[in-house]
Design a protein around this ligand. Sequence first.
Ligand code: KMH
Ligand code: ZN
Length: 275
Amino acid sequence: MEKLVITVAGVGAETTKASQPALPVTAAEIGADAARCCEAGAAMYHLHVRDAAGQPTQAREVFAAAVEEIRARCDIIVQTSTGGAMGMTAAERLQPLELRPEMASLTTGTANFGDDVFCNDTALMKEFYTRMQAADVRPEFEIFEAGQIDNALRLVRQLGPAGPLMHWDFVLGVPGSMNGEPRNLVFLVDRIPAGSTWTCTGIGRWHMPVAMTALALGGNVRLGFEDNIFLHKGVLAKTNAELVGRVVRIAREWGRESASPDDARRILRLGPYAV
Ligand code: KMH
Ligand code: ZN
């Protein structure tokens, strides 16, 4: 079985310092967090950033500062968010693509997101996908609901591929969307094309059930304070790296070593491995 690619969604747009005091928000904090996670066994960092007031922003220069701090410390794959935060315009959300990151997230459909609606209509999806193709940025298809797989496949059919394979992230357990029961993950994985790579994340209490189902199915794992702030029920994780360390230990018991960033580039066929 391939090595385990661990992605850290360390910041997010919704988690607050009040709920998780160890949330990294400044560029230096994010750089240090990514380096600690990389050291602990993570290969990719799904990046959101915050402004000086700690609020989510998609400003290009704020992303650039965080990427610089990460790059100064480690070679983890940086995947910038195009999801941003609720209520942001498409133009705002697109800004980090100007930095031409190795990867960026792309949600292929609208979903209920707590009491809000995360809007990704067809025109937006096509625009985001086309921009990623033009900038040679590999999309990670963020799937909250089953029909979003069909939307991603339609993009590829209509607009052509955006890389040598499709990489998926099943985000399960957002209130209002699919939950993290094993049968849901099995159902979704069964629907993606052969040759795809996939990861998944369980939101809140779904973190460990989804991560363990992914190990059983041979998939990869995303975790971090964007998705879950707890180590155990009622016990906050001290750092994102602590969450990485637990999954690394469990996976090793299953005979699966964690991928380095360069292992992950090979597995996902990024950069020099994109042939
Ligand atoms: N913050 C959520 C509304 C992504 O990064 O692409 C959307 C999100 C997805 O986090
Ligand atoms: Zn995100």
